[in-house]
Design a protein around this ligand. Structure first.
Ligand code: BES
Ligand code: ZN
Ligand code: ZN
Length: 524
């Protein structure tokens, strides 16, 4: 019997070690200094023309605490810029309303824009690792968008993935109390949405970080089924036999070099209101659980991060599981084409021709351009079977996108200007910026093939020709293609991004799909 690589010596499944959990977040209208049980209090510092000022909550603290906070600002040349934190130990708790207080943090919030607050939240999360509870007035001056960003930054800045025998290196702060909030009760829904969106980013990140000796297509399909069942979604999974029976030649062609067989997962969400009559969005996520390049093998260094080549599928899974939590008003189907692009006796060879779902053919001139082969099948299936109003795919598709945009901005293509504008706006609001790229039809001849309907790796410009290749499978429907190869990976810990996989895309898609009319203005 063939043993898959994610069983141990006894044939049992290798379980992921228990991972850290995000902090709990609560709201309160009392001042942070009055939150009993908090070992940390964090007060905002605002920049100003006459020097920095202390934000809400400071006055109450100064009444109780014998500390020269203004002297502290001076001594550390604090400006109030985002990323600044000054720490002041509390050694004597006599006379404090909160006897558990140990540390006071002064946190720069810059101009207080959502971007600043997201970063301030992440900075605070990093400085309070290992603490029990922090009470902060950082949210006291915020509107709803600011609270969303702050909480999302707090949660994602707490992120860690580990596989150490002795457990995670640190624990995130256990609890965050957003104190001094006027009308705290009315802000709970905003906090709830922020936690859903940040939780989706957290999940997408973890899925991308799981090593590929565990994360093969079967494992990822199981994760999708479990998450979907917990979230009340319908699930359907194609195994390799069903894929062959239905003609998914792209997914099979990419997966056939591996001992780990491919899968296709379909997840369906129906909103409470509007039900089956609501507009229908189909999301497709590239799910290559490891990309060696196949027989057109990658150089050693380029292969290093390729366990993350399923980021698109991880994002779609995480988004699907969070749709109900953000009250998404449209129907959404998620398709996850999952395959391992491996080197083996049965691998697809350069020059082989594959037949996609629905009959279109592709000459595979480079087996490393595999993402478009699996996406093509899923897009063709969506067009033929699902009657979508809008198609969106997300994929770590091309190194060319990384060259074009670097690692802080993702690229996207769109056939519809309203869809493009909505996605761009959602990307800026969510902190996952996307830049629109052109679908230049003049490059179409570069993906033409002498023998098949298209060549999978005709030539440059690489991100554009990849998009043109996919466009043939979209049936002329409004379509957007997010190429997140550039941003699937962060080279350093920076604000809400932790070094390594980013799960980029979960937040932007949820910011889009939680809108009251996500398809407003899109031409049907
Ligand atoms: N998974 C890669 C793209 C990638 C590169 C993702 C870097 C993340 C970081 C994709 O399958 C690939 O190898 N694309 C090739 C296509 C080429 C052979 C036409 C590329 O971009 O080099
Ligand atoms: Zn590849
Ligand atoms: Zn790839």
């Amino acid at each position: 019997m063939r043993r898959s690589s994610y069983v141990d010596a006894e044939g049992g499944a290798v379980a992921l070690p228990t991972q850290v959990s995000p902090p709990q977040v609560a709201v309160s209208d009392v001042a942070p200094s009055a939150v009993v049980g908090a070992d940390v209090v964090a007060i905002p510092v605002l920049p100003g023309p006459d020097g920095p000022t202390l934000g809400p909550g400071a006055a109450e603290l100064l009444d109780e605490l014998d500390a020269d906070l203004f002297g502290l600002l001076d001594a550390f040349s604090v400006t109030g810029a985002v990323g600044e934190v000054v720490e002041h130990p509390v050694l004597d708790t006599t006379g404090l309303s909160n006897p558990d207080l140990r540390v006071l943090l002064l946190v720069g919030v810059g101009d207080g824009t959502p971007d600043d607050l997201r970063r301030a939240g992440a900075t605070l999360a990093r400085r309070t690792r290992g603490r029990l509870s922090v009470a902060t007035s950082l949210a006291a001056l915020c509107d709803d968008a600011g609270i969303r960003a702050l909480v999302e930054g707090l949660v994602l800045g707490s992120y860690e993935f580990h596989w150490r025998s002795d457990g995670p290196s640190t624990q995130p702060v256990g609890r965050v109390v957003l104190a001094g909030l006027v009308g705290a009760d009315d802000r709970r829904d905003v906090v709830r949405r922020a936690l859903a969106v940040a939780g989706a980013g957290w999940r997408a990140r973890t899925l991308a970080l799981v090593p590929s000796n565990v994360k093969n297509p079967v494992w990822l399909a199981e994760q999708a089924s479990e998450a979907a069942t917990a979230a009340g979604l319908q699930v359907k999974v194609w195994d390799e036999k069903a894929l062959a029976a239905d003609g998914f030649g792209g997914i099979l062609g990419v997966g056939q070099g591996s001992d780990n067989p491919p899968r296709l997962v379909r997840l369906d969400y129906t909103p409470k209101r509007g039900g089956r009559k609501a507009p229908h969005v189909v999301l497709v996520g590239k799910g290559i659980t490891f990309d060696t390049g196949g027989l057109s093998i990658k150089p050693r260094d380029n292969m290093m991060t390729m366990k993350r080549d399923m980021t698109g599928a991880g994002v779609v899974l995480a988004v699907m599981a969070a749709l109900a939590d953000v009250d998404c008003p449209v129907r959404v189907t998620g398709l996850l084409p999952l395959a391992e692009n491996s080197v083996g006796a049965r691998s697809t060879r350069p020059g082989d021709v594959l037949t996609h779902f629905g009959g279109r053919t592709t000459e595979v001139t480079n087996t490393d351009a595999e993402g478009r082969l699996v996406l093509a099948d899923a897009l063709a299936y969506a067009v033929a079977e699902l009657e979508p109003d809008v198609l969106v795919d997300i994929a770590t598709l091309t190194g060319a996108m990384k060259t074009s945009l670097g690692q802080k901005t993702g690229g996207f293509f769109a056939t519809d200007d309203a869809l493009a504008a909505t996605l761009r706006t959602a990307s800026l609001a969510s902190g996952e910026p996307l830049w629109r790229m052109p679908l230049v039809a003049d490059y179409e001849e570069r993906i033409s093939s002498k023998v098949a309907d298209a060549d999978n790796a005709g030539g440059g410009p690489g991100a554009i020709t990849a998009a043109l290749f996919l466009q043939h499978f979209t049936g002329g429907l409004p379509w957007a293609h997010l190429d997140v190869a550039s941003v699937g990976d962060s080279p350093v810990d920076e604000y809400e991004y932790s070094k390594g996989a980013t799960g980029f895309g979960a937040r932007v898609l949820l910011y889009w799909l939680e809108q009251r009319e996500p398809l407003a203005g899109v031409q049907g």
